[in-house]
Design a protein around this ligand. Sequence first.
Ligand SMILES: Cc1cc2nc3c(=O)[nH]c(=O)nc-3n(C[C@H](O)[C@H](O)[C@H](O)COP(=O)(O)O)c2cc1C
Length: 547
Amino acid sequence: MVSKLKPLQIGDICARVPIIQGGMGVGISLAGLAVAVANEGGIGVIASAGIGLGEPDFFTNFAEANLRALRAEIRKARAATSGILGLNIMVALSNFADLVRTAIEEKIDVVFSGAGLPLNMPHYRGAGAHTKLVPIVSSGRAAALLCKRWTARFNCLPDALVVEGPRAGGHLGFSMEQISDPAFALERLVPEVIEAVRPFVEASGRTIPIIAAGGIYTGADIHRFLEMGAAGVQMATRFVTTHECDATSAFKQTYLDAKQEDIVIIKSPVGMPGRAIRNRFIDAINRGEKQPFQCPYHCIITCDFENTPYCIALALINAQKGNLTHGFPFAGANAYRTTEIVSVKELMAELVREYDEAAGYEGLPPQAAIGGDDMAKEIDFARLTLQDALDLAVLIEDEAKDRYQEFAEQMDACFTPEAARFFRFMSDNEAKHGQALRARRKARFGDLPVLVHRSMIWEVEAPAYEKARSFITPRKVLEIALEAEIKAHDFFAAAIHHLADPDVKALFEELRLEEVEHREMVTTELMKQPPDDPRDPDDFADEPTEL
Ligand SMILES: Cc1cc2nc3c(=O)[nH]c(=O)nc-3n(C[C@H](O)[C@H](O)[C@H](O)COP(=O)(O)O)c2cc1C
């Protein structure tokens, strides 16, 4: 997926796609959803609220059942992805500290923590732990307060902050009146929080990425908040209607069936408002009916369990299981907009595509944007002359030739001669094509100066630097080459639609067909290779080679 979307950097971790899937309790975002999001380059988040739901002793041994299930869920997710995994832990949970400690012990990448201010969270992160701590706040005041407290007590700052606005799903950090007050709209809160943390950022020389959440639904929404200065977004509602979401299909169906007027604010027993999908259970509570229950464990500190008409944990557990007579689903303000269940892959691709459209890529299909900002800005395909087109084609071949040559040298240095040989073979091929194109250019335009430069075609055909790994097999080398040939093919194919000059069009079509031939050649070579070691190359390969 080539996009203008910038990755999200939180300390030393980097999410290729700056989308965090918001944690959804009870049991709505577990390993299944989190892994799917992490695999697509976002941050997948497991919700810890009521995570022990499937344990046999959940009602009798609540605290232990939850910690056990938490460990198991993190391990399950970790085993299924090398992507970035987070855990959402509500500060208001009675066993907050134990959950944070356990998550850090299990080496979760990020802990997100809201529904209260996690004033002491750094205390649970021992020396040497790499887990990032990311509080969820609803105001600039809360953000500044946390920064001040963490600096004074723990000499650290939040690794990032999620700013959650009043259109989010679940419990909301606002009063009933604030929810519909435009002064508290996320569009106001994001700049407010950026300003609030600025003095701490300037004094420390560190960065605190701000992540916008609550009501973000499309790629255009993502674009809007990133333009405002957010480094990423957190989205939850949108991920409920995915195949991978861990809720039952009955739960997901409530989203598909919901109309705008069904999305309501409830007064949760934990003392905060919450957003949910209205149903008979909610109507009954609103009429003053009670759902008697025995509180097995005072799971939320702020819950007035002796006086509340129902148990919020039980209601959410029932909903998760599809028992909507005895519960209700939490949902964001946009839940009524969902119309179908899609895969996380499809959803992420759609969001990225929409983002690119909003960022001004309408005129260029994503493939034509290969190479990033410079090329997209600098090549005016509609006015491209044959001379410039030939020069660009030469540059594309030259860059690929040089890249393969560099890879070959790295493989020599890494004692991987077979891989080096294959990279050299690719480099020689690219050199031949470059020479042929250069000769054509000379015959037609002589020594007229070259008006284009390499930055305009960055990595059209050259494989990305990080593709070269030590101990790489010839099969992997060929896979890299195949991917590069496809990338170049897609570039020419996409650009053709934007060309005006018929000679340039003919040239690009010729180059496109050449890439088809190369693809076949590489595929033939690939089929001759024995299968790779079934182990994940990450188990035995090193980090991407540094240049
Ligand atoms: C079903 C559901 C359950 C949620 N559960 C939690 C939770 O357990 N902890 C939490 O901090 N936020 C929770 N949230 C809030 C989300 O993590 C997220 O920040 C928010 O919903 C983002 O807004 P969006 O849903 O409009 O994208 C929940 C949201 C939904 C829809």
